[in-house]
Design a protein. Sequence first.
Lengths: 95, 489
Amino acid sequence: MASAEINVKYVAHLARLALTPEEETKLAAQLGNILGYIEKLRELDVTGVEPTAHAVPMVNCTRADEVRESLSHEEALRNAPRQANGLFIVPKIVE
Amino acid sequence: MLNQLTISELAAKFAKREVSAREATQACLDQIACVDGKIHAFLSFNAAAALAQADAVDQLISQGGSGANRPLLGIPIAIKDVLAVKNQPLNCASKILGNYISPYDATAIEKLKAAGAIVFGRLNMDEFAMGSSTENSAFGLTCNPWDITRIPGGSSGGSAAAVAADECIASLGTDTGGSIRQPAALCGCVGLKPTYGRISRYGLVAFASSLDQIGPFTKDVRDSATLLGVMSGVDRRDSTSVPEPVPNYVAALDGNIRGLKLGLPKEYMVGGLDPEIKASVDAAVKQYEKLGAEIVEISLPHTDYAVAVYYIIATAEASANLARFDGIRYGARVEGNDPIELYSKTRGAGFGAEVKRRIILGTYVLSSGYYDAYYLRAQKVRTLIRNDFLKAFETVDAIVTPTTPTAAFKAGEKSGDPLQMYLSDIFTISCNLAGICGVSLPCGFTQNPKLPIGLQLLGKPFGEETMLKLAHAYEQSTAWHKEKPSLKF
């Protein structure tokens, strides 16, 4: 975690986010600055402290496995960028 | 003017048949026509649909229907562009959602409608609720009604500005790190962030799922209590909504705060706090003493770490939540030769600079090799912050602080420096990390220029009754909430 420098190009690939070279340069500088600030968390001793993922501790909120009303096929497709025959159209995945 | 009234004032006029819902709705639409060219709180609104809802209310009333159990009957309420309202656009002030139209109502919206509200309009915000000034909207700035060269705060800047400029009677916003309380403070209205789990998040486009809450912007505390009561409760469509009973929040506003203990955290009255804000908060604390509350100095020792924790946890959650915007099932799409290229190009073209910054930061802190150092450590410090509050609440009923370190800043003043912008949320962020409730209410003005100052009260988890009782008692003993911007541009 020493002198943080993000490999923006690599992280952008992980995030599936196309960036211009200018964006990459700018982000690297800004994020370096923010990560520098975040370093202050290292001052604290967190040995034995449990992490909080959620402020209200609730576990295993399940529901009965029953059929319920949900969006209709038509409604679910209503905002699709491309669709045909009741399906979403995507680029070819398997040759 | 009807658009200037509160929910309770307007409801009283409806009950006496002095005015119609159409007149009230028209008054809001007229005000929008008059001032929104300058303020730009609204991204869009459908006047005909709003008036049709109003006519339906008037018809119901003329047929002898009453407002019993419908506390919002005929009340025009506008909505932040992050909440789903059936058949209305939903963009999160982002280009990536394209021409998205919501196929369903958020639970909070469903409840407003069931209570009789006229739900209308889409309010501007920082893109995906990421920001503190509404400058990150893809659709232009919103101006502060008190000074249009200044920002209204954010991310719910449109929601705050619309209420402050009397373009609606009340509005909804969302608060992940202060996005209701900070703009409410900067625009001079009441903004309430309920306890995490109090209001269902179903139909709220997720930014940081463990921090997001929906809440109201209103012209007084009573109206916030009314809206909280309407929207609260467990929802089977949001497994993080909590099955706590919903009390009658309005009934709690009895003005009797004698003997209640208010904590004053020493960590909040230092650093970059503007002297005029400090003076107003000091005066408010004295007023509380006069009203019979006991002031207790407390310590929240991990306050200084909250912003750092927040920008790890919120960005980590955001990077996961925003993965769904991939150009496949909804929104805008930029075609590519394969799915990966399609995703990358769509997201590169569709997201704005701040959203990209947070996605990269969030992806980074979750990535292999950094998870323990950043994300896990932040979650542990989150525990320490939460414990600070739980310990303080063993001795006090609520906590009083400034909402913001400064009044509304100029547009462009901080937009070039993300870290400075993040630090403007320093007093509001801990509340979300701890999962407690908070409210901001007017407590004064700076002198030159005249800009609103907000007082923040923080309450125990599900302690909204006591917190609102305290807020109401102060509000009713002062006249700050009655001041209006001149709106002479």
